[in-house]
Structure formats: C-alpha cells, structure tokens
Design a protein around this ligand. Sequence first.
Ligand code: MN3
Length: 200
Amino acid sequence: MHKLPELPYAYDALGKYLSKNIMELHHAQHHRLYVEKLNAALADHPELLAMPVADLVRSYQSVPEAVKPAVRNLAGGHYNHSLFWQWMSPDGGGEPSGPLMDGLVARYGSFQAFVDAYTEKSLGVFGSGWSWLMPDLSIETSPNQDTPVAEGRPEPILGLDVWEHAYYVDFTYKRADYVKAWWNVANWQHAQERYESDTM
Ligand code: MN3
C-alpha cells in the first residue's frame, strides 16, 4: 500500500509564511486523499501497490489502461506532494550556493533574474498545476498532477504547487502573494543536493 509520508517539520514550522492551517489541510487532507484514493484504485493491482511511488509514476506509459487515470492523477499527486514537502524548510529561503548558484547565474544572469523568471512561469499556470526547476536549470510547468517524470524525463530539483488548495486559505486568490512568501521557505540545501547528485 502507498503511505502518506510524514512532514519533515511541524505543521506550524513555516508559520511566518505559510500557516499551520494551510499546511495541515494540504498534507493531512489533500495529500492523504490522493494516497487513499490511489490505494483504492489499485486494489486489484498488488504489484502497483507495492511499487515505490516514483517507480509507479515513471511506469505511467506501461500500466494497464484501466488504471492510467489513477496513476496519472492520484499517484502523480502523491509523488508531487511527497517531493514538495522536502522542497520547503523552516531554514529555507535565501539563495543557493556552490554549483547550483553558479549554474543559475550563468543561465539567467543573476539569482534575482532566475527568481523573477520562475515566479512568472508559476503565475502563468492556468488553473491547477506545478512549476519545476529541472536539472538542466530550465523552468517548466505541468497541468494538474502531471510531472516530467511520467514522460520518462528527469525528476525536477525544485517544484512549486500552484493549485489553489496550496494557498487559498492564506492568500485567497492572490497567487502572486503566495509565490512571494514561498521563496522564504524554498529549501535550497535540498535543491543543491539534488542538482549535484544529478549533474556531477
Ligand atoms: Mn497540493
């Protein structure tokens, strides 16, 4: 069975920027429901229930037709959120350092120019979806719970959930305020580790 992972920090740990209320709803309700519905949808496929969720998402093209929507939406949601909790930290914010910082400056001109470009892409997602920083330092977006990984492509090194459920309780319709706040919790330490393990 697929399992809801623990948050790597307390629900109120990001409180200055993202409230305890929204973190609790997002993790204990939204993410939990993806996991529960996924387990229900895969009840007749024990081999898919036993797979790590990253492998399941990576296998999207080859799973039986009948469970493709569940794998795309529910396993995608479980996988994306499992990453998302790690991409935030109470010790986050600021700037990366080392090769990731060098790479972002080389590609975007400055760290601020990268932040501006990523923010613009995130605000440009129509409806529900995600924005991604890929290991080649390009910025991509996906609708709904899609992920580049389901297309056989690399795992992003950083990502941002721009579904309304991620911000409406704290910021109402103001996605721009949410994205601005989110930069203060972005876990650059974790993104750096992913970048360095992917590219070095
Ligand atoms: Mn979400």
